[in-house]
Design a protein around this ligand. Structure first.
Ligand code: CP
Length: 307
């Protein structure tokens, strides 16, 4: 039962709850007009303490397309956060005015604290380098729409695997499906955190390899999930500058890939996918961004118990 729940970590959802959300998202894609009044009289609050384009706008578009309304901030200094108000007090106030809250915060665990102080559902829209569960829902819907299955997929994940919260959440979610294996492509400094390897991959007996070579890894992948180097999480600008362009996917590298490869990216992209790749029919990252709105429509309906 999803009604009234918060979504903080991808593992908050059972496999059947996850599938419920994806099935409803698919129904919405097939006939969006059928859902255009489902949230009449409901209000979504978006609390963004960090910049966002896709997550904030897709949540806002999702609520508006369901017939609901939206309040919130994208600049925390325009709220009483600037006067030092705590997360707990902010959320206890916001819940007086809204039915469901979406929060992005630079500190790991902030949306969890909000959910512990709230009597309405709180959705984590990204907390520091930790998790981004609705990006994972977006990624799963995209994979399902394009591949028709979650099983027996070889998934390459390339770039900043240390700070990339979308990566951590995707690994957690995909590790539930049989025959999934991972190729982690990153420089030494940006490898997958040990806790993900120990708690998710080793515990789940998931096959994975780590490499720093994109060209040599691309040939047998079913999915290549590119990520940007997360400048905002670096302590040292020189390290960022040294690592930022370490992997750039271009048409030459793609010559070695399968015709059935799907190239994904949570976006924003900086330089890690050459613009020439956009016209390759294997590039599905803008389609992925669109699916993000539909899956968030589904999530809102489920958490509000409206469908
Ligand atoms: N993928 C993603 O979270 O994008 P935004 O930072 O633009 O929301």
């Amino acid at each position: 039962m999803l009604k009234g729940k918060s979504l903080i970590d991808p593992n908050d959802l059972s496999t059947s709850e996850l599938e419920e959300i994806l099935i409803l998202a698919n129904d919405i894609i097939e006939d969006p007009k059928k859902f255009c009044k489902c949230c009449e009289g409901k209000l979504l609050a978006t609390l963004f303490y960090e910049p966002s384009t896709r997550t904030r706008f897709s949540f806002e578009a999702a609520m508006l397309r369901l017939g609901g309304q939206v309040i919130g901030f994208s600049e925390p200094n325009s709220s009483s956060v600037a006067k030092g108000e705590s997360i707990a007090d902010t959320i206890r106030t916001i819940e007086c005015y809204s039915d469901i809250v979406v929060m992005r915060h630079p500190k790991e665990g902030a949306p969890k604290i909000a959910s512990l102080n709230a009597s309405i559902p709180v959705i984590n829209a990204g907390d520091g380098g930790h998790n981004h569960p609705t990006q994972t829902l977006t990624d799963l819907l995209t994979i399902f729409k394009v591949k028709g299955t979650f099983e027996n997929l070889k998934i390459g994940i390339c770039g900043d695997l240390k700070f990339g919260r979308t990566v951590h959440s995707l690994i957690k979610a995909m590790s539930h499906y049989s025959g999934v294996s991972f190729v982690f492509i990153s420089p030494e400094e940006l490898k997958i955190p040990y806790y993900i390897k120990k708690e998710i991959l080793m515990k789940g007996k998931i096959n994975f390899i780590e490499t720093d070579n994109l060209e040599e890894s691309i040939f047998d992948l079913d999915i290549l999930y590119m990520t940007r180097v997360q400048r905002e999480r670096f302590f040292n600008e020189d390290d960022y500058l040294r690592l930022k362009d370490i992997f750039v996917l271009d048409n030459l590298k793609l010559q070695k890939a399968k015709e059935s490869l799907s190239i994904m990216h949570p976006l924003p992209r900086v330089n890690e996918i050459s613009v020439e790749v956009d016209s390759d029919n294997r590039a599905i990252y803008f389609k992925q961004a669109k699916y993000g709105m539909y899956v968030r429509m589904s999530l809102i309906l489920k958490l509000l118990g409206l469908k």
